[in-house]
Ligand binder design. Structure first.
Ligand code: RNT
Ligand code: ZN
Length: 394
């Protein structure tokens, strides 16, 4: 019997219809971050360096240095990744050589829109508030200097316009995610004022409603050089997102090492209309390692699927490893996320829920453990075949 037939029968015995699962899996877009392809450098100038508390390490050959190269490499990755994709761009990835960030326009991203139409992928966007002389104090939207804040406010406003342009052109809302690295290396005297300034800046950025665009805000615990205080903390943005009806972005690497975002999704989902995930992998800190098919990845997928949150949660990736083949890194990480979604969809959740409601914790544990060795690989193989991508990469 073919692998898929064996799997189909095994899941049918649990009341799970693998055909329905495959159809559902194929409706879930994954937003692939462009910045894995060039170690977060962008195309503003020849030799840009990364700053803002994040770091990419490694010098494996093949780093993209032009938008065309990056698109070629993304296309190579996509050809090995089954299922619908969006590409997540940062503002530094447009045709923006010599153009400062406060004056970027949709036209600087037309080449990406043309390509996205041709490749049948959606697009998402991020203003870039790091790796810039006006971010060199380690503060942007919370900077004490009004003119510096103004520069970044303009950048974010223009970013929303670009995101809306993506959404309109591609007939699929684009998520525009604001992340800043603002903070202090050492113990602050005043934790409040920068947060008040950030709130004011955000109020101005989001003052005008804009269609085809979903605004998201991303919190963080700390970054390199900003170990003691981050202005845009989790509490700050959770409050801000709830109060202003914005999407809250949870990055898997932005919490204390014993915290997991899978535990947060259900709670937050009750209070916000939209969420964005930056699926990443912290190793001891926010190191942005390539996403593995590990327990937490499956748990993240389970939280989305079990609670029917697909309409609420936009799923994106965020890792950057320059020490291995950058294209394969995309392929491994994105396939892993798709596999996790498949595993979650194949779960007989209603049965699990029922055992729990009946306080039958023995059966719940037994089932959860048995499910781990169910033949989901057979269904994955079938999905890859149907999507015309390689089943095995080795
Ligand atoms: C940084 C944040 C942010 C960035 C990207 C490049 O810690 O995770 O999302 O990784 O914007
Ligand atoms: Zn992130």
């Amino acid at each position: 019997m073919a692998t898929y037939d064996i799997a189909k029968e095994a899941y049918a015995n649990l009341g799970v219809d693998t055909e329905k699962v495959l159809a559902k899996l194929d409706t879930i877009p994954i937003s692939i971050h462009c910045w894995q392809g060039d170690d977060v450098r962008g195309f503003e100038q020849e030799n840009s360096t990364l700053s803002g508390g994040i770091r990419s390490t490694g010098n494996y050959p093949g780093r993209a240095s032009t938008a065309d190269e990056l698109r070629t490499n993304l296309a190579k990755a996509i050809s090995q990744i089954p299922g619908p994709a969006k590409i997540n761009l940062h503002a530094i990835y447009g045709d923006v050589k010599g153009i400062d960030r406060n004056i970027i326009e949709p036209k600087h991203f037309k080449s990406w829109v043309d390509w996205a139409k041709y490749k049948k992928v959606g697009l998402d966007f991020n203003p870039t508030l790091f790796a810039h002389e006006k971010a060199s104090d380690g503060m942007t939207l919370s900077h004490p200097d009004k003119s510096i804040r103004g520069f970044w406010i303009d950048h974010c406003k223009r970013s929303r316009e670009i995101s809306a342009y993506f959404g309109k052109e591609l007939e699929q809302d684009s998520v525009c995610n604001v992340w800043i690295g603002d903070g202090f290396k050492d113990v602050p005297a005043d934790r409040l004022t920068p947060r008040m300034r950030l709130k004011e800046s955000l109020d101005e950025i989001f003052s005008k409603p804009i269609s085809h665009n979903i605004d998201a805000v991303e919190s963080k615990l700390f970054g390199i050089g900003v170990e003691s205080y981050t202005v845009g903390s989790h509490e700050f943005y959770m409050g801000y997102a709830v109060a202003n009806n914005l999407a809250l972005c949870l990055d898997a690497g932005h919490f204390h090492p014993t915290e997991v975002i899978s535990e947060k999704i259900s709670a937050i989902s009750i209070f916000v209309e939209k969420m964005l995930l930056h699926v990443s992998r912290p190793v001891r800190w926010d190191s942005d390692h390539v996403v593995l098919l590990d327990t937490e990845l499956v748990a993240i997928a389970q939280e989305i699927i079990r609670h029917g949150l697909l309409d609420k949660v936009h799923i994106g990736l965020d890792f950057f490893d320059g020490s291995i083949d950058r294209v394969i890194a995309w392929v491994i990480g994105t396939r892993n996320l798709r596999k996790a979604l498949l595993i979650a969809l194949l779960e007989p959740y209603e049965t699990l829920q029922k055992t729990e409601h009946e306080f039958d914790f023995t059966k719940r544990l037994l089932m959860m453990e048995e499910l781990k060795t169910m033949p989901w690989q057979g269904v994955w193989e079938e999905y890859c075949k149907r999507k015309d991508v390689p089943v095995s990469l080795i």
